[in-house]
Design a protein around this ligand. Structure first.
Ligand SMILES: [Ca+2]
Length: 198
């Protein structure tokens, strides 16, 4: 995930096309892309997405539609298309941050294992974990992205599966407060519903 430029993204965001109608919210990808070079010419509003390699412009409806339209297939990039379905990175980061603020800097060890202490510093920080949650298609990809230990990954999977099965006792046993249960459940279900446990 390195080549889509931010200005193209903004041109998409502020174009008159109601892109949410396509079931994909590219605003969620904010923060994933480097800034556009000045020499780049903008795409037409009707075809606002610029393929990073070839520079050709395609319509939003061709993003993540299952068929490659950019010459290098970037419009079907798995991380791009996974991230587009997930909660925005900023939202995920603030969710993780709120759990840390509420329960202390080592709390997320209960979810992600022993490397998730010190406000996630050993894993590269909150932002990095949030991006991994956004871009990783499956929990296996997530574990690989953050180099989690197998036992930690299996524990995390058991938490997700408990939530998927409606077992909120698991979250309570991890110290999640009643006032947080709704948010935590919503967040974990959102990941599950976008293929995290597949
Ligand atoms: Ca396509």
């Amino acid at each position: 995930m390195s080549k889509i430029n931010l200005l193209t993204l903004f041109s998409i965001l502020f174009a008159s096309v109601p892109f949410s109608a396509y079931g994909i919210d590219l605003s969620k990808l904010y923060g994933h892309f480097p800034v556009q070079k000045r020499s780049d010419t903008p795409c037409h509003p009707y075809e606002p997405f610029k393929c990073p390699d070839s520079g050709n412009c395609i319509s939003i409806q061709y993003l993540c539609d299952g068929a490659p339209d950019c010459s290098d297939g970037y419009d079907e990039d798995m991380r791009l298309c996974t991230a587009a379905k997930r909660p925005p990175v900023e939202e995920t980061a603030s969710f993780l941050q709120s759990l840390i603020a509420s329960h202390g800097p080592n709390y997320l060890e209960k979810l992600f294992g022993s490397k998730a202490r010190d406000a996630l510093e050993p894993l590269g920080g909150v932002e990095k974990v949030a991006i991994a949650l956004s871009e990783s298609q499956t929990i296996e990809d997530f574990g690989a992205a953050l180099h989690l230990m197998r036992s930690d990954l299996e524990h995390l999977r058991s938490v997700f599966m408990a939530v998927e099965n409606g077992d909120l006792g698991m979250l309570k046993s991890l110290g999640i407060k009643d006032s947080e249960l709704g948010d935590v459940k919503f967040f974990l279900e959102k990941l599950v519903n976008t293929g995290f446990l597949d």
